[in-house]
Write a protein that binds this ligand. Sequence first.
Ligand code: FES
Length: 163
Amino acid sequence: MSSIQAVAKQDILAIVDSYKDENTPLMMILSEVQNKYGYIPLEVQEIISEATGIPVATIYGVVTFYSFFSLKPKGKYVIGVCLGTACYVKGAQQVCDKFSEMLKIKPGETTEDGLFTIDALRCIGACGIAPAVSINGKVYPKMTVDKVPQIIAEYRNAEGGKA
Ligand code: FES
């Protein structure tokens, strides 16, 4: 993923401009920037603010409220642990804690090697297979604490054991 600092301001302005006819463009602008670059740092929020007239504080509030948006670059593998009600009652918190313990990061953080990010999610629409974990879009059904080490090992092995 390209460093967002290296991206021309023009690119961000072009995204903002493409939504200029929308009444409430902020979510669309932020979604496109997030999808394209993987995160929305403060410098970019300032560019969006200048171009739209929306205060930085408002933009910052939206970026930090929705877990889909991120202020920092995410890891190569984004582990989304659903903590929605159906998953929670079946032990999702313990699964999340196990990922945190093994990777030594909290939800929302990324490992120093840039390999893993843990995201705590709300219902991902897979309640029938709760507790559900999604890693880069691949869904792991009926997760248990015991499965966590093996899943982490699989991704580390895919990196040739260098992680
Ligand atoms: S609550 Fe986890 S998938 Fe619905």
